[in-house]
Design a protein around this ligand. Sequence first.
Ligand code: HEC
Length: 204
Amino acid sequence: MTKNILLTAIATSLLMAALPAAADPAHRAQAVAVIKKDFQPRGQASLDRLAEDGLQAVCNRTGNKPPEYIAKGLEGDQLAGVKYPADGKLMGDWKSGERLAQSGRGFTWTDDPGLPVGGNCYNCHQIAPKELSYGTVGPSLFHFGKLRGNTLEMQKYVYSKIYNAKAYNLCSEMPRFGHVGALNEKQIKDLVALLLDPESPVNK
Ligand code: HEC
């Protein structure tokens, strides 16, 4: 059974790799049908994850290179949807932010849906030098605040970027943490502090 799942997963990835990102609609529909057949909903890991919204449809069908005027317009829409804290404070507690950034828990069928999820930042970013392993899909965030400054403008950028990365880069690979409701306001504030607070290990 497991072997079967593995083989179909490999077949699916080969199929996807064989199709250019801007594949014609018939091939796309075929590929999506194969994926839907192979992935079974279980607990909170349901198949709605395979549904794309309008923005993802634009990115998926243009090989992540939509025309500039379309990208700019849609990025503006994403930015307009960012909800900022009512108290105007964008910086929380870097210690909680660090725990969040280093936790990849959440959203699988084995995770308790009642528990808060992690931010999973380490999977794509270097955060601080003590990490032994981290992903390199995104740029290193070590010394982020030291290099970019802890201004109000920078706090707003980091808050918005974490809330909705696609507000600045339409086809970004970074998840839209606030937009999809994965992280709440307090959690995003804590992550802003992790990146910008001078006391955070990111800036030591
Ligand atoms: C799946 C990979 C992925 C994950 C998970 C991820 N990021 Fe990113 N992130 C990226 C990529 C790729 C970029 C660069 C492209 C872009 O800006 O969209 C980026 C860019 C950024 C930037 C902007 C950097 C700059 O120089 O302006 C910040 C800040 C950031 N990420 C913070 C975070 C935080 C905090 C988390 C965890 C809550 C996180 N990221 C999780 C992939 C990821």
